[in-house]
Design a protein around this ligand. Sequence first.
Ligand SMILES: [Fe+2]
Ligand SMILES: [Fe+2]
Length: 188
Amino acid sequence: MTDYASLSKVIDEFVKNHVKKSRYEHSVRVAECAVMLCRKFGLDETKGWFLGIAHDMCKDFDRAELLSLAEKDGMPVYDMEREKPSLFHGRAAAVYLKEVYGVDDRDILEAIAVHVSGAVGMGDYAKILYIADKTEAGRDHLSAEYRKELYALPLDAMMRKVLTDNYGYIKSQGYSIYPGTEKLIQTL
Ligand SMILES: [Fe+2]
Ligand SMILES: [Fe+2]
């Protein structure tokens, strides 16, 4: 069984050395937010910290590396991902953690793999990571009031709100939206 407190220290070093400084700092803030949410919902805080630290570990890998890692998970590849391989960084990190560090906890691997897209049926750790990634303290378009209301909600309602608000933003900017997003919102 993986000792996530020890592995977090190893991955912390990796992240420091493989992503730009601002992204490392984002990862620490995501970890802090994920710990807060794990505490609120009675989940393992050491796993929450690990998810935050590890989720963007492959984000600055090159296109070829991202593609070859992500393809190993056996999931379908969308056109929008092929056009923009940086969207693979979650799936790539899940494969990397499994292959290089022997992580075999399905909740953890799923949370990291789907943190970019979300997924119908995603588990509680995946919801927490998604929410933490989008609402960590450095996301300064969010007010203290917004966070206070958001973090008081039950987990599914919190996830639905973050997805809906993010979806609205992405649409208004004219960016591509993952095909499953609307369905995911309906299932929460
Ligand atoms: Fe990410
Ligand atoms: Fe992130």
